[in-house]
Write a protein that binds this ligand. Sequence first.
Ligand code: AMP
Ligand code: TRP
Length: 336
Amino acid sequence: MEQKKRVLSCIQPTGDMHFGNYFGAVKNWVDLQAEYECFYGVVNYHAMTMPYDSKKLVHNTWELIFNLMATGLKTETLFIQSLVPEHAELCWIFNCFTSYGQLSRMTQFKDKSKQSEESSEGFISAGLLNYPVLQAADILIYRADFVPVGDDQDQHLELARNIAQRFNNQAGKEYLILPKALHTEVPRVMSTAEPTRKMSKSAGEKHYINIFAEPDRIRKQIRSAVTDAGDTPAGEMSPGVKNLFSLLKACEKHDIYDALMNNYNAGNLKYVDLKEAVAEALVEISNPFRQRKAEINANKKEVKEQVKASSVEIRKRAQETIREVQELSGLLNVKF
Ligand code: AMP
Ligand code: TRP
């Protein structure tokens, strides 16, 4: 049997999961499980690069694990980054194969350090600068072939390839696998309250719809979605209406989508019908999520043990890589 290609992706633990995260990333991760050998990490070391609260970090790490499981990720694909401390070790080694200049030119570093500078504390951690090196370690430690991410991560992936190449050159061997981004067509989900901005947690509660929200709350948020044209040029669809159609498509309601789009083109679409269809599609998609989340919540202790066990299993691969990397880099080590 042909060996399955390997997929790795990671997500930071930052609170509630919304339909933007689901349709933009997590749904794709769930689907990839059928075709690839997958590893999905909750990256709590990365979450320390900006000022944070330790208690919230623990809580958010587990919540994200539970949420990912409730959306359909298999336990054995999941790990928590800090339970595989070899990521941090490999990050150190990679720091020595990374150009300082290249790191300081990263778009995300420039944006986030500006944000920090403008905040009251004005503190920019060296962790923020080295964030993409840790990301390279996440990927290369599992010898991943593909990394499903949005195109905002292309620069980080390029850096991971540069690091791998520099390392391989020094080692005199094509040891590390050069990973490729896996760009799948995913929708960019907009805030229903302000459809010109992305659905996101940071903008506040009305700007995102939690995938575990009660059906009535989902209906209410969709019913109050902004549909008016604002300053949309005449003859163009307003961003709010576009967003609702895009959600309907993401829910794979193709027949209803076509019927309502025909109405729109004929000039007789009733927004309430569109909203009704979107609300019901989202409720239908999220029913099993709510159900599985309730089951997980009733068995938190066992579920945590399962995820610790899967992290231990996944860690074995990371340990193998670290040992080989140490040998290739001229570092002493002992066999475990
Ligand atoms: P974040 O919570 O912003 O770190 O995002 C986690 C993942 O969800 C990333 O892969 C994002 O690209 C994706 N994502 C977040 N918000 C949206 C959105 N509004 N539409 C599509 N994808 C999103
Ligand atoms: N930087 C990624 C993001 O903001 C998260 C991440 C960390 C990641 N390590 C990774 C993504 C490894 C893919 C692979 O979304």
